[in-house]
Design a binder for this molecule. Structure first.
Ligand code: 5RP
Length: 228
């Protein structure tokens, strides 16, 4: 599993050129992109500035010595490398397994090019078939959003912290996440994305439609293929 992530993550770092502003996604696959970028900064003198999509990625990037900028300091992003929880043949995705969907979508929307790094197990025929859809909600409206999503045919579950606190998981933005199961998968991801955005209290959905330009798929044998 981590060999396929490593292969994809490291391969994507080769797309980055000196002088670029780079969106830095979140997750265990992007970790390997950060690792390889740090090597290229050290060994080749690669000059970039990274815009992290989460506090976790910011911390890891600082640890790797990758120069960082905030969105206030950049007008656009040349290329973003990010992971996904599922991706289909049209590069539609479910993201947000790591809870960073809102910042990831903002950064992707500002990027000239978005490269998605995944292990081969994340490539699916139909979104929602292997992973529940994360939806970031304002805590105040959680119960209302929960009922609205149920009425639309989804089965939402409040994401909890992984420790023993029995407390709801909170995103970097102080919001909660409903992980929505779709028993038969998601038939029309674009339509569902629009419908979710019409619910007051929904901050963002983990459906990423029309945002990715390329996908790097890693395999267990350490190889990686690029799809554009
Ligand atoms: C975080 C994300 C991640 O990109 C997604 O969860 C994939 O993570 P990983 O590379 O660890 O499998 O969307 O919000």
């Amino acid at each position: 599993m981590s060999e396929s992530k490593r292969a994809a993550g490291r391969r994507a770092a080769e797309f980055i050129e000196s002088g670029q502003t780079v969106g830095l996604g979140t997750g265990s696959t992007v970790f390997f992109t950060l690792e390889r970028l740090a090597e290229r900064i050290r060994d080749e003198g690669l000059e970039i500035r990274g815009v992290p999509t989460s506090i976790d990625t910011e911390t890891k990037s600082r640890g790797f010595g990758i120069p960082l900028a905030t969105l206030d300091e950049v007008e656009k992003i040349d290329v973003t490398v990010d992971g996904a929880d599922e991706i289909d043949g049209a590069f539609q995705m479910i993201k947000g397994g790591g809870g960073a969907l809102l910042r990831e979508k903002v950064v992707a929307s500002l990027s000239d090019r978005v490269v998605i790094v995944v292990g081969a197990d994340k490539v699916v025929e139909r979104l929602g078939s292997t992973f529940d859809l994360p939806v970031e909600v304002v805590p105040f409206a959680r119960a209302v959003v929960h009922r609205r999503i149920e009425a639309m045919g989804g089965q939402p579950a409040l994401r909890m912290r992984k420790d023993d606190s029995s407390a709801a998981y909170l995103t970097d933005n102080g919001n909660e996440i409903l992980d929505v199961h779709h028993a038969d998968g998601i038939a029309d991801a674009a339509a569902l994305e629009r419908a979710l955005h019409e619910i007051p209290g929904v901050v963002e959905s983990g459906l990423f439609i029309g945002l990715a330009h390329a996908m790097v798929v890693g395999e267990a044998d350490g190889s990686a293929s690029v799809h554009e």
